[in-house]
Write a protein that binds this ligand. Structure first.
Ligand SMILES: [Zn+2]
Length: 316
């Protein structure tokens, strides 16, 4: 009898449309998305953060109870904290050498196991709170995106996991993170050392994050992981959502098929506007607006990992 908690983990460096996929998954019967769960301790301390239900996270009927129960807004917080791999609200470290070593060896460290157990306790309480108001979800979606968190949850063996790796090509990614330079550029073509250094760092981070996701997810059976390129899945989001749900374990997939009701959405980092259904247009402004020099820089520096990602997609 399977007693691990069914969980879909969305892994990504971000800026790849992962929120779009996550919100569409959350609209499917029996599926509940928790958003970027590892941000919860940060959000508990910043009163202006909204949940997808329209309340502030600190006032949301689900998250406020969880924050209280697990002491997330005070000194008595669980250890290790959910923010172990997310030091700041908007950033976590890209390179963690000790964790990379752990990915290559068998077994799980005591700290990572405890971290996964804490996550499990929170997710179980989340399911119970949804069951109180509506119905218990069949499966949860965690779109924390971070590969080190993914690794800790996977190795713990506590979850019945499906992993979805969402990515964009390095040029589109560089464009997405460079908008402040592009907008403020009064003399295009001028040599801007600050922007070159920034761009190199961003593309290297793109390489590292995607490579670490590939490394962390390699222990997942091939039929339980999916690699989704933005340009592919945005054109047929429904088809992609179906393939994600088909990647769940057979008993979960069957229960999802028979489930008729949707579950309310309460998400961390879940600004309601991001979850509103809107017409989907493929965002390809990077093709026109990113200057050729930067485009080339992203293509060259991102080539090795991009090759692996495309190979993985073609193999599916
Ligand atoms: Zn809520």
């Amino acid at each position: 009898m399977e007693n691990r908690l069914p969980l879909i983990y969305v892994a990504s460096i971000g800026r790849s449309g992962s929120t779009l996929l996550e919100s569409r998954l959350g609209q499917m019967p029996g599926v509940a998305t928790v958003g970027e769960l590892h941000l919860l301790p940060h959000e508990a301390l910043s009163p202006e953060r909204p949940c997808a239900c329209g309340n502030l996270v600190t006032n949301c009927p689900v998250w406020s109870e969880i924050i209280r129960e697990f002491g997330l807004s005070g000194r008595e917080e669980m250890a290790p904290s959910l923010r172990m791999f997310r030091e700041q609200h908007n950033a976590g470290r890209t390179l963690r050498p000790m964790e990379l070593v752990r990915m290559l060896i068998k077994g799980v460290s005591r700290r990572n196991l405890r971290y996964a157990q804490n996550t499990l306790e929170i997710l179980e309480m989340y399911s119970s709170l949804l069951a109180r108001d509506a119905l218990r979800p069949v499966i949860l979606v965690d779109s924390s995106k971070d590969p080190y968190r993914l690794h800790a949850l996977l190795k713990s063996g506590l979850f019945d996991m499906t992993v979805v790796h969402v990515w964009r090509n390095p040029t589109a990614y560089l464009f997405a993170v460079s908008k402040r330079f592009i907008r403020g550029n009064e003399s295009p073509g001028a040599l801007d050392i600050r922007r070159i250094v920034y761009s190199v760092r961003q593309v290297l981070a793109w390489n590292v994050q995607n490579a670490v996701i590939l490394l962390a997810a390699r222990s997942v059976p091939a039929d339980r992981r999916l690699s989704l390129a933005y340009e592919d899945y945005v054109l047929d989001l429904d088809e992609s959502v179906t393939s994600v749900l088909e990647c769940t374990s057979s008993n979960v997939a069957l229960r999802l098929k028979n489930e008729g009701s949707t579950v309310p959405t309460h998400t961390v980092a879940g600004n309601p506007t991001r979850y509103r259904s809107q017409e989907i247009v493929v965002d390809d402004a990077w093709r026109r607006e990113l200057e050729p020099g930067y485009s080339l820089l992203a293509k060259v520096l991102g080539a090795p990992v991009f090759w692996f990602l495309r190979r993985g997609r073609n193999a599916q």
